[in-house]
Design a protein around this ligand. Structure first.
Ligand code: FMN
Length: 199
């Protein structure tokens, strides 16, 4: 039966209830070809992010990016810890995801800014995965250096980075990463969904 799942996802991911294949087909490969991506390939991912919901429709997320052929590339790559650099150096683009911690009018804290930016990031990742690209989130980078290098204002939080690129077969990866190049599983539903009270 054609359930819309990729072969690798079919092999590694089992759901407790049927959900849309888009959600399961997104995962975080590391192996990329080192090719660049055109605007026509890259910008639809930001377009998808743009349509995420946010509190007050404030859209406080800001994506700062560098493409591999640009003058900004080396500075972005230099933000990453070695363990990420080793594979993310083959990406087509590196993205730093930031979001405003206060609403733009006045100084009222935007309590859900990170929640909203997370929704935008997932849209970005889903659209990228749907188009067959690698979209891989990263916490392994120097947050302070990112703020300084990119000129991120104090009102904005630096949340995460992402590597985006064209997928390659895993052989180019070091052995310890090749071993992990498959879709991961998840905790069972009863561990994360709690009726009435926490615990
Ligand atoms: C915010 C965030 C930070 C992450 N940081 C890293 C990282 O620094 N290095 C890395 O290799 N993977 C990183 N990951 C990938 C996660 O390990 C991965 O998403 C998780 O294991 C679930 O697997 P899946 O995305 O393939 O479904 C990160 C993912 C997210 C969402």
């Amino acid at each position: 039966m054609d359930d819309g799942l990729t072969e690798e996802v079919k092999e590694h991911r089992k759901t407790q209830y049927a959900i849309h294949p888009l959600l399961l087909n997104r995962w975080s490969p590391r192996s990329m070809t080192g090719e660049s991506m055109s605007d026509a390939e890259l910008m639809p991912l930001f377009e998808a992010a743009r349509w995420a919901p946010s509190s007050n429709n404030a859209q406080l997320w800001r994506f700062v990016y560098a493409r591999r052929q640009s003058k900004f590339w080396e500075a972005f790559l230099d933000l990453l810890v070695e363990g990420n650099k080793v594979w993310a150096q083959h990406a087509a683009a590196l993205v730093v995801i930031t979001s405003g911690m206060f609403f733009e009018q006045g100084d009222q804290p935007a309590d859900t800014h990170a929640f909203d930016a997370g929704a935008a990031w997932e849209n970005f990742a889903l659209e990228g995965a749907r188009r067959g690209f690698v979209v891989h989130g990263m916490q392994g980078f120097d947050y302070d250096k990112a703020r300084r290098t990119l000129g991120v204002p104090e009102r904005y939080a630096v949340l995460a980075m992402a590597a985006v690129g064209k997928r390659a077969s895993g052989e180019s990866l070091p052995a310890h990463l090749l071993k992990r190049e498959f879709p991961s599983g998840r905790r069972p539903l009863n561990e994360i969904v709690l009726e009435g009270r926490f615990g």
